[in-house]
Design a protein around this ligand. Structure first.
Ligand SMILES: Cc1cc2nc3c(=O)[nH]c(=O)nc-3n(C[C@H](O)[C@H](O)[C@H](O)COP(=O)(O)OP(=O)(O)OC[C@H]3O[C@@H](n4cnc5c(N)ncnc54)[C@H](O)[C@@H]3O)c2cc1C
Length: 603
């Protein structure tokens, strides 16, 4: 049996595995990726890429390719609730409520203020080929292998031994690696290692159809998703559904759509697939619509979290570690952000600069986020029941009760106005899904590769919408635009894609010696970045004041929360490792901090 030795084996070529490959290549880490399918997924699946994911993609030179194929913001930053798309009955084609979402419309200035990038929308079937191409381009040739399946895995203290089957020919080979990233969606490795998944499963069967149809006469040009509530439905059968643009063209001219119906997992009607095309025509009230069905799919909704993210030398990420409803789009986004958290740590551990304990911080940091995101996805999913109830729809109620509620809703009467006003208030609570700016950017690590400074986290918006930037350790680096020699860069651009730590300072104290002695003691590069004031500071590197960048709008000075003599240590993933409110506390201040961040004992 052939044996291949490689530092890291990535199992799974979905969003988590392909991103892991790209991030590891960018940090110079050799690896092998195996994916059992011959190609990337042909299902639209997840599509909303939140700002944090796009920041990660920007750091790794992927964002432009995603924006180029994705929907422009003005074609997806909006959501509607309707009775049907068309039809000429009194209750047909009526809009209950419409709102901005995903950073569009009125949300846009806030989203633009808080990040160098806007969210994107690109279904997985279009995103994964971009990631695959980039993974193949950046990895050692032949090391991204589709049609190769992991069949066995065992590990000891020193290594992991995997058996892989090549589907093209059927032969098996061995892979010996120091670490394995289990990005297999939970299909194989978790079970092999006895990882328990905690939380409810089998909640609903989401039956979806990806199809092409020309809806340009009816689909509004800016809505990503339209929810259809039908008086004949009960909220959870063929009578009501959600439909999203699926590209590759966008807006009203979207060539394809994905429609989703929710069933109880034991409802026999869920397999009534032969009738799905007429059902969709009925839902839209377009009886003659030409529909080309591409694929019908079942997705069982769960709300589960792995009891461990690390089992020895195996690290679980993405759906292997957490599976939850699609609301708030946290599945794929969390998967890519898991990969990003892990890649720099693996790179440092493999070249000996980080201790093995640094990998424990992957679990303590990301499992806490996984738990929060499972909860949030469940909450925002179930809130649709609240919204439907606000419309007067009660699960199990007879159709005429719903029909009556709908007639009253649209009636030109004082009570109709009251019902509409109530629904506007109730439906606005679904911003926990469509405007979760605070969830998307405000998540942070309380314990892990961070050195806390004893301060409390900023107050959290209970609805998850408000994001409060802070340089408190564990939080994401606040974004501010800086200028150097006429170039505008974000604070997020300073770490680069190669895995640098940076120390952001003002002009009040000299941190040079701290950085130099840390580099000598730990062999870790920390780039000192001196940001000068908005006015008066030289804009040239090493200019009069020695600034590297000028805080052109004064934003960084406002956001940094440390004095001009202090410093903020930023990790390669743009999370804050540590901050000093004032000048260095002693000659080894930074060395002590880096020992703790890298998981090393001080010798
Ligand atoms: C039908 C469907 C619809 C979805 N819709 C949405 C949505 O609308 N919004 C949303 O946010 N999320 C959605 N999701 C969830 C989202 O797709 C996942 O959260 C995301 O794909 C997670 O990425 P991943 O890389 O962790 O896992 P996956 O995308 O599942 O990738 C895992 C990969 O590992 C491979 N693999 C498994 N076992 C092995 C093995 N032994 N050897 C080699 N390879 C292996 C699999 O073939 C697969 O390609 C949907 C999921 C499904 C299935």
């Amino acid at each position: 049996v052939n044996t291949l030795e490689v530092p890291v084996l990535i199992v799974g070529g979905g969003g988590c595995g392909l991103s892991s490959s790209i991030f590891l290549s960018d940090r110079g880490v050799e690896h092998l990726l195996i994916e059992r399918h011959a190609s990337t997924s042909d299902l639209p699946k997840a599509h909303y890429l939140n700002q944090r994911t796009m920041e990660v993609f920007r750091q790794h030179g992927l964002a432009d390719a995603v924006y180029a194929q994705g929907a422009p913001m003005d074609k997806f930053g909006h959501i509607r609730w309707m009775t049907s798309l068309a039809g000429d009955g009194p209750l047909d084609g009526r809009t209950f409520f419409a709102t901005d979402g995903f950073g569009g419309g009125q949300l846009r200035p806030r989203y633009e203020r808080d990040s160098p990038v806007l969210p994107a929308n690109l279904p997985q079937m279009h995103l994964e080929p971009i990631l695959r191409e980039q993974a193949e381009r950046r990895a050692t040739p032949g090391r991204v292998r589709f049609g190769h399946e992991l069949v066995e895995l065992e590990q000891n203290d020193d290594e992991v031994r995997a058996t892989v089957r090549d589907h093209d020919g059927g032969q098996t080979y061995r892979v010996r690696s120091r670490y394995v990233i289990a990005a297999d969606g939970g299909k194989t490795i978790g079970t092999l290692l006895g990882v328990g998944m905690q939380g409810p499963t089998g909640l609903l069967d989401l039956v979806s159809m990806h199809f092409s149809a020309d809806l340009s006469r009816w689909w509004d040009d800016r809505s990503l998703i339209t929810f259809f509530l039908n008086p004949d439905g009960g909220g959870s059968n063929w009578g009501s559904g959600a439909m999203a643009q699926a590209g590759p063209t966008w807006g009203a001219k979207s060539e394809s759509f994905n429609v989703v119906f929710a069933f109880r997992p034991d409802d026999p009607a869920r397999f009534d697939e032969d009738s799905i095309v007429p059902r969709v025509r009925e839902l839209l009230k377009l009886p003659d619509l030409a529909i080309t069905c591409h694929k019908i799919n079942h997705w069982i909704v769960e709300g589960v979290l792995a009891d461990r993210y690390r089992v020895g030398r195996v690290l679980l990420g993405g759906d292997a570690a957490h599976r939850h409803p699609p609301t708030t789009g946290l599945g794929l986004n969390t998967a890519i952000q898991d990969a990003h958290n892990l890649a720099w740590k693996l790179a440092l551990v493999l070249d000996g600069r980080g201790a093995d304990g640094l990998l424990d911080s992957y679990e303590s940091e990301r499992r806490a986020i996984g738990a929060d995101n499972v909860d949030w996805a469940m909450f925002s999913f179930l809130n649709h029941g609240v919204v439907n109830a606000g419309m007067g729809m009660v699960a199990g109620a007879p159709p005429d009760q719903h029909a009556q509620a709908f007639h009253q809703f649209f009636a030109d009467t004082p009570m109709g106005a009251t019902r509409r006003a109530r629904f506007a208030e109730v439906a606005a609570t679904q911003r926990v899904e469509f405007g979760a700016h605070g969830i998307e950017l405000g998540f942070h690590y309380e314990t892990g590769a961070v050195v806390p400074d004893g301060t409390a986290a900023p107050e959290r918006d209970p609805m998850g919408c408000e994001y409060t930037p802070t340089t408190r350790p564990g939080h994401r680096l606040p974004h501010a635009w800086l200028v150097s020699q006429g170039d505008r860069v974000s604070t997020h651009d300073l770490t680069g894609d190669g895995g640098r730590f940076i120390l952001l300072t003002g002009g009040g104290a000299d941190w040079h010696e701290q950085v130099r002695s840390a580099a000598r003691a730990l062999n870790v590069t920390v780039d000192l970045v001196r940001v000068g004031p908005p006015e008066g500071g030289a804009t040239e590197p090493g200019g009069d004041q020695g600034w590297d960048y000028q805080d052109i709008d004064g934003d960084w000075t406002r956001l940094r929360e440390v004095s001009d003599r202090g410093a903020v240590l930023v990790r390669p993933d743009n999370h804050i490792a540590w901050r000093s409110a004032g000048p260095p506390a002693g000659p080894d201040a930074l060395i002590d901090v880096l020992h703790r961040v890298l998981g090393q004992e001080r010798s």
